[in-house]
Design a protein around this ligand. Sequence first.
Ligand SMILES: [Cu+2]
Length: 144
Amino acid sequence: MKKERNVKRLSLVILAISVVSAQAAPLDITGAWFRSLPGKLPAGGYFTAQNNSRRDVAITGAMSEACGMLMIHQSSNKGGMSSMEMMEQVKVPARAQVTFAPGGTHLMCEGAKMKIGTRVPVLLKLSDGTAVAVAFEVKGATGK
Ligand SMILES: [Cu+2]
C-alpha cells in the first residue's frame, strides 16, 4: 500500500517537471538561417516561430556570439523607398505562426563572424522571461 503511494507521488513529480519544461519553450523555431554576405555587410536572420501554447508570447530580443550586435528589424517600402526599422518586440499569438523572412521582419546581425556551411547559435529572448536556443544554418547570398 505504502509503496503504491510512493509510485503515485513520483509520477506526479515527473508530470510537474514535464509541465515546467513545456512552459519553458512556448515557441518552436524551424528553418532558421543567416544570409552571410561578403565584407562587412550585415547578415539577415530568418526563421519560422510557431506558438504551440495557449498564450501570446513576444520575441523581445536576440543574442549570438557570432554577431557584434543582433537586432530585430522590419523592412518596409514607403513610396518606393525601402527602409528598415528597429522593432522592440515581435508578437507570436497563441496557436499561431510568425515568419521572419527577407523583405519583412528579420534579424540583423552586425559584425557577423560566421562561415557558410556551418551553424551558429542564437538565443531568442521571450516576453515570458524564457529564452529559446536555436542553431542557425549559415547560407550564402543566394540562400544556398
Ligand atoms: Cu535589417
